[in-house]
Design a protein around this ligand. Sequence first.
Ligand code: ATP
Ligand code: K
Ligand code: MG
Length: 679
Amino acid sequence: MDSTNKRKKLITSEIVKYALGQSFVKLNPMVMIKNPVMFVVELGTFIVLLLTLFPSSFGAEANFGFNLTVFIVLLFTVLFANLAEAIAEGRGKAQANALKQTKTDVTANKVQSGGGVKSVPATELRKGDIVIVAQGEMIPGDGEVIAGIATVDESAITGESAPVMKEAGGDFCSVTGGTRVVSDQIKVRITSDPGESFLDRMISLVEGAKRQKTPNEIALNILLITLTVIFLIVVVTLAPIAKYVGVNLEIPVLISLLVCLIPTTIGGLLSAIGIAGMDRVTQFNVLAMSGKAVEAAGDINTMILDKTGTITFGNRMASDIMPVGQANVADVASWAAISSIQDETPEGRSVMEWVRKNGYTFDESKARDAEFIEFKAETRMSGMDLKNGWKVRKGAIDAVKQWVTTQGGTIPADLTDKGNHIASEGGTPLAVAVNDQMLGLIYLKDTVKPGMRERFEQLRKMGIKTIMCTGDNPLTAATIAREAGVDDFIAESKPEDKIAVIRREQAEGKLVAMTGDGTNDAPALAQADVGLAMNSGTIAAKEAANMVDLDSDPSKIIEVVSIGKQLLMTRGALTTFSIANDVAKYFAIIPAMFMLAIPEMHVLNVMGLGSPMSAILSALIFNAVIIPLLIPLAMKGVAYKPMSASKLLSRNLVLYGLGGVIAPFIGIKIIDLVVHLWI
Ligand SMILES: Nc1ncnc2c1ncn2[C@@H]1O[C@H](COP(=O)(O)OP(=O)(O)OP(=O)(O)O)[C@@H](O)[C@H]1O
Ligand SMILES: [K+]
Ligand SMILES: [Mg+2]
């Protein structure tokens, strides 16, 4: 996939530079309070600082060196947590800056109500204004092409250098402000007011300006706060108990204990994990409107995919024309051509091409002043109503059959067999008819994209059911479904059927993902838990969806789901690791604290740490450095292999739970060996 090449280095020196500065900016308690676990650490840091500077004010005997060290380690704990978040934000900020540069001053050729054209700054354009954009000019705002056809360089937004075709009518009419017309000229109706454009939205998205905590994050945060409060109570009540048995616990020691016990690792990395997850989606050239959408992608049970263009390449090409009944090929070819003269769909264009290439002719004058019957997913036909009263249609066999029958025609006996033959090869048969006469069939060929079977196999391993929804006939659908390896398919489906499937699945408590690009996909995109719209698609589709794929590759939904799963797993793994870690630290610190007064506690010093002081400092240092050590993992996400949720859970519990218990024992021991030399 070409997007992998575009992926930039995870952490650059610029990002680190930005993040280092931000780590201090974020020390502001008003900012810190949003992260309650780290806020408690910051508060502790402040108290230890006071104790270091004014030891007498607390009436305690001071150990200046120890207190100062604790203060420094605590300060770094907070800074490291800030650093994690700032690094995760850094890439988005850099990308936002690059995007802002494309928002330079553009002038627009606005069509006046009188008909003339006037040059105005793009910032003055409002919804509904009409502009003309010629070759080499920048499109001044989001809009829809209402006249003309042009190729547009969208690289400023998509990073993709190959220009894309934009034309009036249909699913490829939407254009984005900040992109450039490279050939021809188009007339565009502006669809967004200043400040509300796609580019504006994109900037605020990658910048994370409107980032809100997702429901999952909020739930986890509540758990972390609860743990923090519990340990706060434990530590506060520990002092009098200790005093009772003759141990005098200093405040810096108690604060150290508290910080080691509360979930600082996950508390420090939590928001970085969320931001990095969204960023991974962005680097994949998919814009997620919210973190919630990315998380929902990780929990998807059912995926709805359409056939043409998602599972297959979608450039269905006429590859043969065959007559039925008494008709001959030349007849079918010429009427197929007449029905397609104005049909600008890939199918329609390919019919014209086939007829020309194979040397058949047709009487173009017949189509003069004819009324064009545009293809619609509802009718599944297209054609012409000629001036002489004749009607020509091409379309799905059952639709054309019905059309012919209602006009009193009969259906030639060989139609079904010939149609089935095409369908059983995975092709799409289009029937061609004039008035009450069924003439023949067009064989539209399409190919399943390579690697689909493997991808669906992966999805199955993740426990995701795939349903292919297609407007095509059941036999073609069955053939393609078998070839691609989807779990289920729905043939002859109209746009509203997609919504029905989504609702049915959701009623069973499942989360559903789907992709789409047309205006008629918009309701289904909005209904789905994850709706991925194509950037090439209509504005309605893009507004209804909660994700937009800038590369317009519908099969990318599969990767988006993987990224979502990875995000949820990373968060789960690091939470497990963090809490397991804290448990282990408990065994390092508690024996050390009591060892001085109660020599018998020595048997609990299983780690054989140098001295009580060095034990506490080592645990505290480990607690601090584990945060930056885990930043790369939080950013990259834990390695992910497709497997069932229960298998994953047990695997991760062993890996990160057990690892979380063992790591601090080793880490603290090593740090203690060094620290002990100093104390
Ligand atoms: N330009 C056209 N003119 C006439 N009939 C068409 C044209 N394009 C498609 N059809 C017929 O209409 C049917 C439905 O088309 P539609 O676009 O709704 O679904 P599809 O493209 O077959 O499937 P998918 O939903 O997977 O994209 C097609 O299977 C085909 O038989
Ligand atoms: K901790
Ligand atoms: Mg289609």
